[in-house]
Design a protein around this ligand. Structure first.
Ligand code: GRG
Length: 300
């Protein structure tokens, strides 16, 4: 199997496993007769690339993990990601009307409902995480470490903090160090947490977890650099979200600082560094190598 076929196969598997779990959660809320139930089902029913669940699966398996329970843990990470997309698109944040090829949650419902959906998805994700670690029979300390990693990546030192910095930076020209400080937190932290969660669930030793932390940080940043390139070069139809949004929001991006070719080279450099780090740590995983390449070569 070629490397790109390996990434496509893993992403398809992650999508099938995660979508089944998301449908279960959505069905629980869908039974509510009010608009909130419909809005939660709508947000959870959108079709994403499922990169974060694929990383959870790949890191788990790279450390010898084999049980089916990992799908639920991967779903917890994807639900946190889904909440962040719903809130990111709100009028008070990036104010976007399209996501994953469909109108955003606040466009279909309204901003108040979409705000409630986002807030509600956080405890839902933690509930799914608790169910997963219990079903997998993970120890108390492993459960705690997984919850701590995911919450730390989502909080002020991670996604929320990065989003905050990103919003206040609109209209300002940033230098590369500032941009990296924002995106390490805003985008990179959750991708890094996906790697750590998968490794911890498989009982990975500390040196392997350190390698996953470094790999996750590098591909997390590479993911954002590639995202900036796509925002500047792809169409709204290809992306499933509004293209060219960075320019309209006057955001500094890797493309505005380095140009399209410079940003592509930076993404490639970060992915190569991520793969070299895994090799140095003795982690042999074709799946992780293929995902690192996919993250910088993707077209959407
Ligand atoms: C309270 C300030 C404050 C923030 C709330 C909204 C939020 C937290 C954080 C935003 C985080 C965010 C949306 C980062 C962008 C990451 C990114 C490029 C997402 C797109 O990921 P893909 O391409 O999406 O994997 P799909 O749709 O494929 O899942």
């Amino acid at each position: 199997m070629t490397e790109s076929a390996a990434a496509a196969t893993l992403l398809a598997e992650a999508r099938a496993l995660t979508d089944a779990q998301l449908a279960e959660v959505a069905a629980d809320f869908g039974r509510r007769s009010d608009r909130l139930g419909g809005a939660i089902s709508y947000a959870l029913g959108t079709i994403g690339k499922r990169i974060r669940p694929a990383l959870v699966l790949a890191c788990y398996r790279a450390c010898g993990g084999a049980g089916p329970g990992i799908a639920r843990l991967a779903t917890a990470v994807e639900i946190i990601h889904t909440y962040s997309l719903v809130h990111d698109d709100l009028p008070c944040m990036d104010d976007d009307t399209r996501r994953r090829g469909r109108p955003t949650t606040h466009v279909v419902f309204d901003a108040a409902i979409a705000t409630q959906v986002g807030y509600l998805l956080v405890p839902v994700a933690i509930g799914v995480l608790c169910q997963a670690t219990e079903e997998m029979g993970l120890s108390g300390p492993t459960h705690q470490a997984i919850a701590r990693d995911l919450l730390a990546a989502s909080g002020i030192g991670g996604m929320v903090g990065g989003q905050w910095l990103d919003l206040v930076a609109e209209g300002r020209v940033l230098d590369p160090a500032d941009l990296t400080a924002i995106h390490t937190r805003k985008t990179g932290a959750l991708i890094q947490a996906a790697c750590l969660v998968g490794g911890r669930a498989a009982g990975a030793a500390e040196p392997t977890l350190r390698a996953f932390a470094s790999f996750g940080a590098d591909i997390g940043l590479a993911f954002q650099v590639a995202d900036d390139v796509l925002d500047a070069t792809a169409t709204t139809d290809q992306l499933g979200k509004t293209a060219g949004r960075d320019v309209s929001l006057q955001k500094s991006t890797y493309v505005s600082l380095l140009g399209v070719e410079g940003a592509r080279a930076e993404a490639g450099r970060l992915a190569a560094g991520a793969i070299a780090g895994l090799q140095r740590a003795g982690v042999a995983s074709t799946a992780l190598v293929s995902l690192a390449h996919y993250i910088v070569q993707r077209q959407s």
